[in-house]
Design a protein around this ligand. Structure first.
Ligand SMILES: *Cc1c(COP(=O)(O)O)cnc(C)c1O
Length: 394
C-alpha cells in the first residue's frame, strides 16, 4: 500500500531531478570552492549557478544571497546579527507571537542580552495588523521580523505593507519566507524586506541547506567566526552538493509557477469540503483566502490531534498535529493560542499539508478513513459523551 504523505509543511520528499543533481556532485565534484585550481573552480561554478537562480527568484544581486545550513540558521543570523550590529542605535525588536521557534528563540536569547522584544498579537485568522506594527515602533527599534506565511495554519501576512512602513521609519525588516519561497512571489523589492530566510527541504530539496538574503548595506554581524566564505557572514566550507540540490529544487519550483499552487488549492478544498460534509464539530484554522494553497489545519472537537495521527498512520496516512516542532511536546500550539483558540480545543488540531506527489485519489482515500477514525475516537471520549448528554438534556 502506497503511503499518503500529507505533511509537506514539515518537510518534502527530494525530487528525482534534485537527487540526481546531488548525486552528480557527490560522485564527481569534490573540490573546495575557495581553491584556485580547476576542481575547486568547478565546484565554485556549480555553486554560483545556484546563487544566480536564487537571485533571479528574489530579484536581488547574487552577492546578496548567503547560503546557510537551513531556515533555522538563516533566522538566527538575521535576528541575532542585526540586533547585535545595531546595539548602539537601540535595543527594541518587533516580531509576532506566531513566528517559528527559529525566530522566537533567538528573540528570547536577545532578551537575556538586554534587548526588549514586542511580540505582536494576531487576529482569529492568524493575521498581523500593520497598524499594530506601526504603533509598536519606538526610536529604539532596530529590527522588525515577521514571517511571510505561517507553517501551522498557512496564513499569509501583509509583508509588502509592513515593508513600506519599515522603510519609512528606516528600520531593518526581516521575513521568514521558509514556507512561501518557491510558492508565492518573494521579490525582495516588492516585499520591501532587507533580509529573507528560505530553506531547501521545504521545496523538495535536501535537508540542511538554506539561504539568507541580505540587502546590500544592511548592518549585520556574523554569529559564527572562521573563514571568509559567504562574505564572512557564514564562514565554513560551503555545503556544495546541498547548495546545488537547493538550486535545482528552486529552479524547478520557479518553472512550475502558479499552476502547481492552483492544483494544490483544488486538492485542499476537495478535502475540506469532504471533511465538512462527513464529520460534525470541525473548525477551520487560518485565513479563509490569504493562506498557502497546500495548508489545511482543522480542529476536530472532542478528540486529540495526536490520536488522529496515530490512527491515520495505521491507514498509511501521514499528517501532523499543531506543528511538527511541537508535536513531541504535548503543549498546545503557540500559534493557535495566539489566534485565541483555547487549549482544550487546540489539542484537536490536525494539519494536513499538500505537496507535488499528492493526487485526488489521495484526498478520496483520506476522506474514506478520516470520518471513521474521528467517530471511533469520539466514541471512546468521555468529553464527547458529556457533550452528547448535555445535548439530550438541553
Ligand atoms: C521549517 C521552518 C523553519 C526551519 O527551517 P529548517 O531548514 O528546518 O531549519 C523556519 N521557519 C519556518 C516558517 C519553517 O516552516
Amino acid at each position: 500500500m502506497g503511503r499518503i504523505y500529507l505533511d509537506n509543511n514539515a518537510t518534502t520528499p527530494v525530487r528525482p531531478e534534485v537527487a540526481e543533481a546531488l548525486a552528480g556532485m557527490l560522485k564527481g565534484c569534490y573540490g573546495n570552492p575557495s581553491t584556485l585550481y580547476c576542481i575547486g573552480q568547478e565546484a565554485h561554478v556549480e555553486m554560483e549557478h545556484a546563487r544566480d537562480v536564487m537571485a533571479g527568484i528574489l530579484g536581488c544581486n547574487r552577492e546578496e544571497v548567503i547560503f546557510t545550513s537551513g531556515g533555522t540558521e538563516s533566522d538566527n543570523i538575521a535576528v541575532l546579527g542585526v540586533a547585535r550590529a545595531n546595539r548602539k542605535k537601540g535595543n527594541h525588536i518587533i516580531t509576532t507571537k506566531i513566528e517559528h521557534h527559529a525566530v522566537l528563540n533567538p528573540c528570547k536569547a536577545l532578551e537575556k542580552e538586554g534587548f526588549s522584544v514586542t511580540y505582536l498579537p494576531v487576529d482569529k485568522y492568524g493575521m498581523v495588523d500593520p497598524a499594530d506594527v506601526e504603533r509598536s515602533i519606538t526610536s529604539g527599534t532596530v529590527l522588525i521580523s515577521i514571517m511571510h506565511a505561517n507553517n501551522e495554519v498557512g496564513t499569509i501576512q501583509p509583508i509588502a505593507e509592513i515593508g513600506k512602513m519599515a522603510r519609512a521609519h528606516k528600520i531593518t525588516f526581516h521575513t521568514d519566507a521558509v514556507q512561501s519561497f518557491g510558492k508565492l512571489s518573494v521579490n525582495v523589492n516588492e516585499l520591501g524586506v532587507d533580509l529573507l530566510s528560505a530553506s531547501s527541504h521545504k521545496i523538495y530539496g535536501p535537508k540542511g541547506v538554506g539561504l539568507l538574503y541580505v540587502r546590500k548595506g544592511t548592518k549585520i554581524l556574523p554569529i559564527m567566526f572562521g573563514g571568509h566564505q559567504e562574505r564572512s557572514l557564514r564562514p565554513g566550507t560551503e555545503n556544495v552538493p546541498g547548495v546545488v540540490g537547493f538550486g535545482k529544487a528552486a529552479e524547478l519550483m520557479a518553472a512550475e509557477g502558479p499552476a502547481e499552487e492552483a492544483r494544490l488549492l483544488k486538492l485542499r478544498e476537495r478535502l475540506w469540503e469532504g471533511i465538512k460534509a462527513n464529520v460534525p464539530h470541525v473548525k477551520l484554522n487560518g485565513h479563509p483566502t490569504m493562506r498557502l494553497a497546500g495548508t489545511l489545519n482543522v480542529i476536530f472537537e472532542y478528540v486529540e490531534g495526536e490520536s488522529i495521527i496515530l490512527s491515520l498512520d495505521e491507514h498509511g496516512i501521514c499528517a501532523a498535529s499543531g506543528s511538527a516542532c511541537t508535536s513531541d511536546a504535548l503543549e498546545p500550539s503557540h500559534v493557535l493560542a495566539a489566534m485565541g483558540v483555547p487549549p482544550e480545543k487546540s489539542h484537536g488540531a490536525l494539519r494536513m499539508s499538500f505537496g507535488r506527489e499528492n493526487t485526488e485519489q489521495d484526498v478520496d482515500k483520506v476522506l474514506e478513513a478520516l470520518p471513521k477514525v474521528v467517530e471511533k475516537l469520539r466514541s471512546f471520549s468521555p468529553i464527547y459523551k458529556d457533550f452528547l448528554k448535555q445535548q439530550q438534556t438541553a
